[in-house]
Design a protein around this ligand. Structure first.
Ligand SMILES: NC(=O)c1ccc[n+]([C@@H]2O[C@H](COP(=O)([O-])OP(=O)(O)OC[C@H]3O[C@@H](n4cnc5c(N)ncnc54)[C@H](O)[C@@H]3O)[C@@H](O)[C@H]2O)c1
Length: 383
């Protein structure tokens, strides 16, 4: 077995996603299992080079994880020819600039979503990457969650018959920061810093709908800022300039309609923080992050509307749990593995910067739809 080291510049690793999901649960987890076995006698060994703005935070992070390489000089890291990949999990507003520099330096790039604050920026990145001939990928982690993989299995197996509708419910209460600290960064609530639930979540809904049910062909959204004042990490009050809830209707190629609520101002009365109910002519399913339950047409009860009588049975108990039938790894790690294989072995990879641009396009059109009170067609993108 030969071992090939892939040096990966990781920017934004002191943040929530960069640290927990990408560094610890993905690349360090790969190292803990001995690297990525390519199955042909070669193992890829990811070597993170931590990049950021704060030396003390990077040093502490590197020491904590037994890593030796970190830098606050992005240009120097990009000039290092032994670094093959640039990864970005910075706050959204810092992304385009860093990715542009990484592509110009000839690095393969892998990035968190959204790839840019607007469609023009997202498409420009995709074009730069194409022209530079580098490989590129965008995080689309929800596709790799156990619940959604089971749902995809049902779609592929023809369980639903004609798919009629998709109903998504995402959200939880994000504390305002006054009497309990907020559990999300304050920039999420400031439009000028790349915040807002539409730019955050519509890119996810775009690829989930696209990969499972069909491309989004039209959007109609209503967005609002329910909580108008919050407190930041220092306890200082600030005005929320970005929306914290979005109520969207998405028309899909193939005729199904999806309706997804996204909110950081909702209290959870669900089994999981996101759930999708899919109703098909032959069966229905409710999928969350991990679980997935189904009800086949043959098992569908016949409720009769009668408010005078109490409900004597549990509708939830009439669904069956879909078995795992496989082992599910962390979704971020699963996608990293595919991206690294794409780099090492030319294996196909379609979750690229053009796919990322589709997510930004949907966010942009969703915001326009809400601002103007009208439905927007979503044109197919090409480079
Ligand atoms: N795939 C997912 O499920 C998912 C979930 C949450 C967030 N995200 C995305 O990941 C990215 C990071 O989100 P997060 O929640 O980890 O944010 P965070 O605030 O916790 O981390 C941001 C990181 O970027 C760095 N940074 C660099 N320039 C910055 C600037 N100008 N302002 C603020 N921070 C700056 C910070 O130091 C930190 O390391 C965002 O683009 C977000 O959209 C993805």
């Amino acid at each position: 077995m030969t071992r090939r080291t892939v040096r990966i510049a990781m920017n934004g690793v002191t943040g929530r996603m960069g640290h927990r999901q990408h560094l610890v649960r993905s690349l360090l987890a790969l190292r803990a299992q001995g690297g990525l076995d390519l199955g042909d006698g070669e193992t890829l060994w990811p070597e993170p080079v931590l990049v950021g703005r704060r030396a003390h935070a990077l040093r502490a992070l590197a020491e904590r994880h037994g890593l030796t390489e970190w830098s606050i000089d992005l240009d120097a890291v990009l000039a290092d020819e032994t670094v093959e990949v640039y990864f970005d999990a910075q706050a959204t507003s810092a992304r385009v600039d860093a990715l542009t520099r990484a592509i110009a330096a000839g690095k393969h790039v892998y990035t968190e979503k959204p790839t840019a604050p607007d469609l023009a920026g997202a498409l420009a990145l995709a074009r730069l990457a194409r022209d530079a001939g580098i490989k590129h990928g965008v995080v689309q982690d929800k596709l790799f969650l156990p619940g959604l993989r089971k749902l995809k299995r049902l779609v592929d197996g023809g369980f639903f018959g004609e798919i009629l509708s998709v109903r998504g419910e995402f959200g939880y209460w994000v504390f305002e920061g006054d009497w309990q600290p907020a559990q999300r960064p304050s920039w999420n609530y400031r439009a000028e810093d790349g915040g807002g639930i539409v730019l955050d979540m519509f890119p996810h809904w775009e690829y989930v709908l696209h990969d499972l049910f069909g491309r989004v062909t039209a959007v109609n959204a209503h967005v609002t800022t329910h909580i108008r004042e919050r407190r930041d990490e220092q306890g200082k009050p600030y005005t929320a300039t970005a929306e914290d809830a979005a109520y969207g209707i998405f028309e899909l190629a193939g005729g199904a309609v999806a309706q997804i609520n996204s909110s950081w101002a909702v209290r959870v009365h669900r089994d999981e923080l996101v759930e999708f109910q899919v109703d098909g002519a032959h069966g229905s399913a409710v999928a969350g992050l991990r679980g997935c339950r189904v009800q086949h047409r043959s098992m569908t009860p016949k409720p009769v509307w009668n408010p005078d009588l109490p409900v004597t049975h549990s509708f939830r108990d009439q669904w069956q749990e879909v078995p795992d039938n496989t082992e599910f790894d962390n979704g971020f790690k699963a996608q990293w593995e595919l991206f690294l294989r794409h780099i090492a072995r030319e294996e196909p990879y379609h979750w690229d910067l053009l796919a990322g641009a589709r997510g930004v396009q949907l966010a942009e059109l969703g915001l326009k739809s809400s601002a103007e009170g009208r439905r927007y067609d979503v044109p197919e993108l090409a480079l």
